[in-house]
Design a protein around this ligand. Structure first.
Ligand code: SF4
Length: 226
């Protein structure tokens, strides 16, 4: 039987203090933060974000230039045959579900939003195939609104850093983080956590020896907590 991981006790006030300590260090370490997905407008980011599920950003960036040429606006996506979209996005994996989401979301945008991607959480999550994670990515990166993006890195680092007791549930985690991170820093804090997760606090082998925030991390050099 798999050994159960030890757990960090999370106190909200302590977690908020930890955010205050680690944010300036991470902001300095990663001064240029933005999504790695390439896009030119909110629709392109919406499509790229849907494609990025279970796929690397690098792979998505390889396929999107041709896709955005072939489908320059929401109408082309909405009117395309599902099988053709499937074929065009096949290399990103889970292409059947993704094609249904993209076509469905674009049809709804044409019908209900005059062809413009909506800029609110309430409206975005009503689009077929769009959850809070995708919506936050679009709001934070394409519309410049405060948004917490609970991707795999944010989930893992929030657990290791003891920022939330709910890191197993992305939606609860998002609400926990919203309480301990100043709102105007939501988007940038998500980005620095993502970059730190990619560069230092990696899933299998976190580099605690060279981690700039190790003195504030309850999981530093504690494999039982990774
Ligand atoms: S000290 Fe280790 S576990 Fe903590 S954030 Fe740094 S790399 Fe991750």
């Amino acid at each position: 039987m798999a050994k159960r991981k030890a757990k960090i006790k999370v106190e909200k006030a302590e977690a908020a203090e930890r955010v205050k300590k680690i944010y300036p260090i991470l902001a300095k370490a990663y001064p240029k933060v933005t999504t790695a997905l390439r896009f030119g407008n909110p629709l392109e980011l919406l499509i790229a974000t849907i494609l990025s599920a279970q796929c690397t950003d690098a792979r998505v960036n390889m396929v999107t230039p041709d896709l955005f040429k072939k489908y320059p606006s929401v109408k082309e996506w909405a009117n395309a045959e599902l099988s053709e979209i499937e074929n065009d996005i096949r290399s990103t994996g889970f292409f059947r579900n993704k094609a249904v989401s993209i076509k469905g979301a674009c049809q709804a945008i044409v019908k209900q939003h005059d062809g413009a991607v909506p800029d609110s959480m309430d409206e975005l999550v009503k689009l077929p195939g769009v959850g809070r994670k995708t919506a936050n990515c679009v709001l934070g990166n394409a519309f410049g609104q405060p948004a917490i993006m609970c991707d795999t890195h944010v989930i893992r680092l929030s657990r290791r850093l003891g920022l939330s007791a709910n890191s197993h549930d992305a939606v609860k985690l998002e609400f926990d983080l919203a309480e301990i991170i100043p709102k105007k820093k939501w988007t940038v804090f998500s980005h620095v956590l993502i970059l730190h997760g990619r560069n230092v606090c990696r899933a299998r082998k976190p580099d605690c020896e060279n981690c700039q925030i190790s003195r504030y991390c309850p999981s530093a050099n504690r494999p039982d907590l990774w």
